[in-house]
Design a protein around this ligand. Structure first.
Ligand SMILES: [Zn+2]
Length: 125
């Protein structure tokens, strides 16, 4: 999964455009944290916290707090699926990329399709 990907959920929300990914988090499940307290709860398997906006949201340099959507505790499986570590939630890539979709990194505009998969190395023009 990369910044700029467009995903939707198996529970009918989205499509969302990914604008940030936090990887390798091991925070406990929400319910466990409530039950036994954040410090005592068992850690989750390493997972991602994904920050998104609705894919229809115009691209801008800064998004308002109300525009942000979060997809938490997802992990990329070896076979290309993206599943939640605690439940049956799953994300699916939206394959029909909108060529006009642009994203911003460090205030610069990039074309999602042209830059796809290369943003982590910051080699995109
Ligand atoms: Zn976490």
């Amino acid at each position: 999964m990369s910044i700029g990907d467009v995903v939707q959920t198996n529970y009918g929300t989205g499509p969302y455009r990914v604008i940030d990914i936090e990887r390798d988090c091991t925070c406990p499940s929400y319910l466990d944290a409530l039950d036994v307290g954040g410090d005592e709860a068992p850690r989750s398997a390493p997972h991602m916290h994904i920050t998104c906006v609705e894919s229809s949201t115009p691209v801008r340099k800064r998004y308002g707090e109300r525009e942000l959507r979060w997809l938490s505790r997802f992990v990329e499986t070896g076979d290309g699926r993206i599943v939640n570590v605690w439940n049956d939630d799953e994300l699916f890539f939206v394959t029909s990329h909108d060529a006009a979709t642009m994203l911003t990194v460090s205030g610069k505009f990039y074309d999602v399709v042209a830059c796809r998969g290369r943003l982590d190395r910051e080699v995109c023009p």
